[in-house]
Design a binder for this molecule. Sequence first.
Ligand SMILES: *[C@@H]1O[C@H](CO)[C@@H](O)[C@H](O)[C@H]1NC(C)=O
Ligand SMILES: *[C@@H]1O[C@H](CO)[C@@H](O)[C@H](O)[C@H]1NC(C)=O
Ligand SMILES: *[C@@H]1O[C@H](CO)[C@@H](O)[C@H](O)[C@H]1NC(C)=O
Length: 391
Amino acid sequence: MILTKCFPLIWLSLLTLCAGRTLYPLPGQGPKSVKLPLQTSRPYNIAHRGSNGEIPEETAAAYLRAIEEGTDFIETDILSSKDGVLICFHDCILDDTTDVASHKEFADRKRTYEVQGVNVTGFFTFDFTLTELKKLRINQRYKFRDQQYNGKYPIITFEEFITIARDAPRVVGIYPEIKNPVLMNQHVKWPGGKRFEDKVVETLKKYGYGGSYLSKKWLRKPLFIQSFAPTSLVYISNLIDSPKIFLIDDVTIPTQDTNQTYAEITSDEYFHYIKQYVVGIGPWKDTIVPVMNNYLQLPTDLVKRAHTHNLQVHPYTYRNEHEYLHFNFSEDPYNEYDYWINEIGVDGLFTDFTGSLHHFQEWTSPLSETFKSPRKLLGQIASLVLPYAKA
Ligand SMILES: *[C@@H]1O[C@H](CO)[C@@H](O)[C@H](O)[C@H]1NC(C)=O
Ligand SMILES: *[C@@H]1O[C@H](CO)[C@@H](O)[C@H](O)[C@H]1NC(C)=O
Ligand SMILES: *[C@@H]1O[C@H](CO)[C@@H](O)[C@H](O)[C@H]1NC(C)=O
């Protein structure tokens, strides 16, 4: 009897405790136990280079925006500075998305190197120290996107990127790509003969990442490691058990390390081999459903075959603008999400517009209210217990 009477009190004090702490949590300052978990019931919303449809790619602002808009994972590309610091940056040259050209002090840094069999000329990230890279500011890649943030945000390091995910008010996963590993290992030397891949894994472990897909450890710090280079994926399999994704380029582009063709790496034999190392593939979407004159053709059997091998499929890249939307979708990005999620059946989507994908998923497959809020769940339990306690 006494115990029963105490029940509402216990629940009430629990509620008060939680409410007092979680009403307006500062990033990273709420108790870890009340962070909303990663949703795993619907395809993953992967914020490609952050919300780069709105804010210049791979900047802290783009990642914070993606978190605000409901992303499951923030995605990034890892490259290296001259002094071996891992940075978040997509191109191996700085020319297209920074103000490097306007820095007279760097005018003599322009170089030509061979990148995947092609001579590329520009300002390469690995010819600049981190201190020098931090002087640059990032610009929007596409002219048809909002230019107001140009010149405002610096390049961030991989560690700064991880901190953004760690300090998010809910569990937000990270999705780093080991970018251009062949080139990085050619041009950057790390102490002790360490490779680029070693540095990436070392950094992840420093921040407590690890654990197989959906394990308790993984759910606390969700992570997919992606790469176009099979040898990098195989190599890091001996270093970390985190789930890995094998990226697949256009049908005309051979793998940068093993020089294999698209046909080879998408064969059943190859899927059978690579699934020992990866939980999924990340193909370019136009190779899954080929496009002609901006109209979709018949889908290939790639997704079906990958699923047969128990491999997830996370295609890239979904973009709202008419420059990228194929005519079948009537200029409507929601139509495109509907097609890929409900007809093709993909397991994750790299999007430049996390907010749009999040809205689509909330409208069509909302997460249950209790999942969204542990406080609400406690409240519901309390209201269930209360009538019995009164009796
Ligand atoms: C790149 O340029 C160098 C120097 O001019 C040349 O020797 C090499 O053949 C070129 N490589 C390619 C792939 O064009
Ligand atoms: C890559 O393979 C193609 C054949 O698929 C061959 O023609 C080419 O020379 C190879 N390139 C290298 C760098 O081995
Ligand atoms: C896209 O439109 C083209 C041209 O009308 C049509 O042939 C094709 O079947 C459509 N594809 C899909 C998936 O709706």
